[in-house]
Write a protein that binds this ligand. Structure first.
Ligand code: PEP
Ligand code: MG
Length: 594
C-alpha cells in the first residue's frame, strides 16, 4: 500500500513543475494531459418517434425523482447549519423541491416532449430559456433571482439525464493522462486501460474505490494533488510516477530520458514476474497459500487467468449497476455470471451481492445517500430494504450456480439476522427455481460474509455459526475502526491498517473462523501489498484475494517466507500497542534474512 507523502508540494525547476500527491497505483506513464471537467455539460438534441414519447417521459420522471432525492439530501445536510443560514438555505431548497413537482418548469418540459417530440434534455433546455426570458422581461429583482434557481434546477435535471450511461471519456485521445478534481468509481469504471496512460486527481484516498479500480486496471495513478487543476493545459506532455506519487509538468529532455528508462525497467521487472504464474504459492517450509483475484468488471477475467489466480475471491457486482439508467435484469446478470463461470473453467467464483453506497453510487438505483453515506442505507441493508433488488440478483446467481462452482458473499454484515434473512431468501428462491425445473447447484452455493464492520469482527464467533466462510474486508474494517474516511485525502495519512485495533480485529475474526472450522480469507487491499503478507500469514490467514496485477509480487513474497518465523514475528507484533513500532517490526522482518 502506498505511503502518502505530503500532498501538494510544489517545486519548480527550469519551468519543469513537480507536484506531489499520493501514489496509489504503481507504474510510470508519459502522455498528454486530458482535463476531465465534471461540470462541463453538453446537451444532446434529437427528435423522437411518437411511439417513444412515453419512454421519454419516463426518463424525465426518473431524473426528477433522482433530483428530488438529491435536494432531500442537501436539506438533511443543511439541518446541521446554524441559525439564519439554515433558515434561508432551507427555504430555498424547499422551493427547489416544489419546483420538481407539477411546477411550470416540469409541466412545460412534458408538453414539449409531447408536442414538439424532442428528447427530454432538449425540452428542458428550451423550457428553461423560455421561463428565463419571461422572468427577465419583468425587471423584478426577486424574479431575476428565481431565474438563477430555475437554471440551477434545470442543470441538475440535465446532469441526471446525461451522465448515466454516457462514456464521459469518449473523446479522450489515446495514451492520455486523465486529470480531474475528482473521479467517481463509476467514472473510473469507464476508463479503457489500453487507451489511458494514467490518472491524476486532486481528491481521493489510497483505499478509495477509484484507487482500487486503478490498481485493478493496472493504470498508474496519483491522487491528492492539491490545487493542480488550474496548472494544467490539455494536450501538454506530462509524466506520472505512480510509485513515488509524482506528477511532472513540462518535463525537461533530461527528465524525459530518465523516465523513459525507468518505465522500460518497470515493464521489464513486471514481465519477469510472470515466470511465477504456474508456480505454487508455497512458503520455504511448505505451507500452502491460496491466491485469488478481486475483480470489478467481467473484462478483468483475462488478467485474472494470466496472473495464475486459483479463483475469484471477490467479484464486486455493483459496477454492473453503474453508468446506466435502468437496473440490470435477472437475465442480463445471469449472462454475465455464466460468461465468467465458463471463463474460469472450474475455478471458484465468489460473487458479492450488491454493495452500493458510501463512495460507490449507482445512478440506476436513485439511492438516498443520507447525512452520512458511509453509515447509511447501503450494501446488504439497502438490498434487504428493497427485497426485489436482492431477489433478482440471488436468482441470477442461483441459476448460474448450476454451471460451475460459485460462492455467495454478503457485504457489510453487522447482525446475525441479516445472514439468516439472506439464507432464507436463497433457500426460497432455489425451491421456486426447482419447481420451475430450472437447474440449481446441489448442494446450494456456500453463503459467506464480509467481516468489515468492527461490530461484526467482535461478534465473529456468533456470525461464524451462520456463515459458510468469512472474507475480511480490511479496507472498510480500517475505515470504521479508526473513523477515517477511506476516500478522503485530508485524513489519508492517518489511515493505517497496522493500527493495533485493526490487527486485533483481523486476528480475532481469523481465530473465530478457525474455531468454527470455516474458511477465512482477506480480500481488502492489505492482501495485495507484499508489505503485509508475512503478517497476515502469521495471523493465521491462508487465503488471499487481491487485484490480479498484485498476485505475482505477493506470490514472490510468499515463496521466500518461512511460515514458522512469520508466525513468531506476528506474535511479537500483537504484543505492541503503537502503530509506528508495529510498522518498524513489519519492515525489519521483510528486509531481514528469512
Ligand atoms: C473491503 O472493504 O475491504 C472490501 C474488500 O470491500 P470494498 O473495498 O469493495 O468496500
Ligand atoms: Mg468493503
Amino acid at each position: 500500500m502506498p505511503t502518502p507523502s505530503k500532498a501538494g508540494t510544489l517545486k519548480s525547476d527550469h519551468q519543469e513543475i513537480r507536484l506531489s500527491g499520493m501514489g496509489v497505483s504503481r507504474g510510470i506513464a508519459i502522455g498528454g494531459i486530458y482535463r476531465h471537467d465534471a461540470e462541463a455539460l453538453t446537451v444532446p438534441e434529437y427528435r423522437i418517434a411518437p411511439s417513444k414519447i412515453l419512454q421519454e417521459k419516463a426518463r424525465l420522471t426518473k431524473a426528477v425523482d433522482l433530483a428530488t432525492l438529491q435536494v432531500q439530501d442537501l436539506r438533511s445536510k443543511v439541518e446541521g447549519m446554524k441559525g439564519a443560514a439554515q433558515e434561508e438555505v432551507g427555504y430555498l431548497l424547499e422551493a427547489y423541491g416544489q419546483m420538481f413537482h407539477s411546477s411550470r418548469l416540469i409541466r412545460g418540459v412534458v408538453a414539449r416532449i409531447e408536442t414538439d417530440r424532442v428528447n427530454a434534455e432538449a425540452a428542458i433546455s428550451y423550457e428553461i430559456e423560455g421561463i428565463a426570458q419571461t422572468f427577465e422581461a419583468m425587471e423584478d429583482a426577486y424574479l431575476s433571482a428565481r431565474v438563477l434557481d430555475i437554471r440551477d434546477m434545470g442543470r441538475r435535471l440535465l446532469l441526471n439525464l446525461t451522465n448515466p450511461g454516457k462514456d464521459v471519456f469518449a473523446h479522450a485521445p489515446n495514451n492520455c493522462i486523465i486529470c480531474a478534481d475528482e473521479l467517481t468509481p463509476s467514472e473510473t469504471a469507464l476508463l479503457d486501460p489500453k487507451r489511458t496512460a494514467a490518472i491524476a486527481t486532486s481528491l481521493g484516498g489510497a483505499e478509495s474505490h477509484t484507487a482500487i479500480m486503478a490498481r485493478s486496471l493496472g493504470i498508474p495513478a496519483v491522487l491528492g494533488l492539491a490545487n493542480f487543476f488550474p496548472k494544467l493545459r490539455s494536450g501538454a506532455l506530462a509524466i506520472i510516477d505512480g510509485s513515488k506519487g509524482l506528477m511532472i509538468l513540462n518535463p525537461t529532455q533530461e527528465t524525459l530520458d530518465e523516465y523513459r528508462k525507468m518505465r522500460a525497467d518497470f515493464l521489464r521487472a513486471r514481465r519477469s514476474l510472470t515466470r511465477l504464474k504456474d508456480l505454487p504459492a508455497t512458503t520455504v517450509d511448505s505451507a500452502r497459500v491460496s491466491m485469488n483475484a478481486n475483480i470489478e468488471l467481467p473484462s478483468e477475467v483475462e488478467s485474472v487467468l494470466s496472473a495464475g489466480a486459483e479463483g475469484i475471491g471477490l467479484f464486486r457486482t455493483e459496477f454492473q449497476y453503474m453508468n446506466r439508467d435502468d437496473l440490470p435484469s435477472e437475465d442480463e446478470q445471469f449472462t454475465v455470471l455464466s460468461g465468467l463461470i465458463r471463463a474460469m473453467g472450474g475455478r471458484i467464483l465468489t460473487i458479492r451481492t450488491l454493495d452500493v453506497g458510501g463512495d460507490k453510487l449507482a445512478s440506476s438505483l436513485s439511492i438516498h445517500a443520507g447525512p452520512n453515506p458511509a453509515l447509511g442505507l447501503r450494501a446488504v441493508r439497502l438490498c434487504l430494504s428493497r427485497p426485489e433488488l436482492m431477489r433478482t440478483q440471488l436468482t441470477a446467481i442461483l441459476r448460474a450456480s448450476a454451471l460451475g462452482p460459485v460462492r455467495i458473499l454478503i457485504p457489510m454484515v453487522c447482525n446475525a439476522e441479516e445472514i439468516s434473512t439472506v439464507r432464507g431468501m436463497v433457500a426460497d428462491i432455489a425451491d421456486e427455481l426447482r419447481r420451475r425445473l430450472i437447474p440449481v447447484a446441489s448442494p446450494l452455493p456456500p453463503v459467506g460474509i464480509m467481516i468489515e464492520i468492527p461490530g461484526a469482527a467482535l461478534n465473529a464467533d456468533a456470525l461464524a455459526w451462520r456463515s459458510d466462510f468469512f472474507s475480511i474486508g480490511t479496507n472498510d474494517l480500517t475505515q470504521y475502526t479508526l473513523a477515517i474516511d477511506r476516500s478522503d485525502e485530508a485524513v489519508a495519512h492517518l489511515y493505517n491498517p497496522l493500527h493495533p485495533a485493526v490487527l486485533r480485529l483481523i486476528q480475532f475474526s481469523a481465530q473465530a473462523a478457525l474455531r468454527a472450522r470455516i474458511p477465512v480469507s482477506v480480500c481488502g487491499e492489505m492482501a495485495g501489498d507484499p508489505r503485509y503478507t508475512a503478517l497476515l500469514l502469521g495471523l493465521g490467514i491462508r487465503d488471499l484475494s487481491m487485484s490480479a496485477s498484485n498476485i505475482p509480487v505477493v506470490k514472490r513474497r510468499i515463496r521466500e517466507l518461512n511460515m514458522m518465523e512469520a508466525t513468531h514475528r506476528a506474535q511479537v507484533i500483537m504484543d505492541q500497542f503503537e502503530s509506528t513500532r508495529i510498522g518498524q517490526l513489519v519492515d525489519e522482518f521483510n528486509d531481514g534474512p528469512s
